[in-house]
Design a protein around this ligand. Sequence first.
Ligand code: MLT
Length: 265
Amino acid sequence: MFLTHKKVKIYYQDKGPKNATPIIFLHGFPLTHAMWAHQVDFFSKNFRTISYDLRMHGKSKSGDGPIFLEDHVDDLIHLQQHLKIKQAIWVGLSMGGYIVLRAFERYPDLCMGLVLSDTKSEADNNEGKLKRAAGLKDIKKNGVAPYAEGAVSTLFAEQTFQNQPKVVDLAYKMIVSTPVKNIAETLLVLAARTDTTEGLGKINVPTLVLVGEHDVITPAENAKKMHQKIKKSSFEKISNAGHLSNMENPKSFNQFLLNFLQNLT
Ligand code: MLT
């Protein structure tokens, strides 16, 4: 289904009982809602699960011109309001986590629980910004395929490359199908996002911080520090997983998420 708002078209899936507790899943960069397939299958039996393609990803279309992360927050809120959901559990992985952390600063009353997976609150430092600039230059010159190969090489744990080539291939296909322009624009969005670290102390809803034990993009030590700054939070490391922990070890990811949800509802 699509939600059209001004010139923006957001593709979303809404599964599970409509009167059940709603969970909204926000994917990482540059992936799509399809990365949540295991979670949607599992949780839609007892929860209302909403997964969607962020603007400029998957089947969603951007509006006019450049955007900030703020626009992704607006999209999340429009979608939630369109679905007439007063409060939801927001589950964000990596870039999805950046969005829900900022959304919580702006709209705390619309959230009943947060799940921050393989993400961080810090904005890009200078080194990070220069890396984005180099990525942008590279993708404009060489196209998406080399970029996708480079990205995939950092997303997974060693054992995932060895034992789950289909999972690696799935992520590669999502990245390589994203147009150059969309990746380029999202690199700017990521480089320009605000730092939400100060807001961590104000988070007053139950929060679960998850991280793949081998995540090299948003490492476990950093995730633990984030957890220590959020009052009502718990922290779990997912074994045999890197940055895309929900795809690499869905069994553990789902179990931790289920425990969290059962204490919440
Ligand atoms: C992601 O998975 O969303 C990205 O690693 C986020 C980033 O590049 O900062």
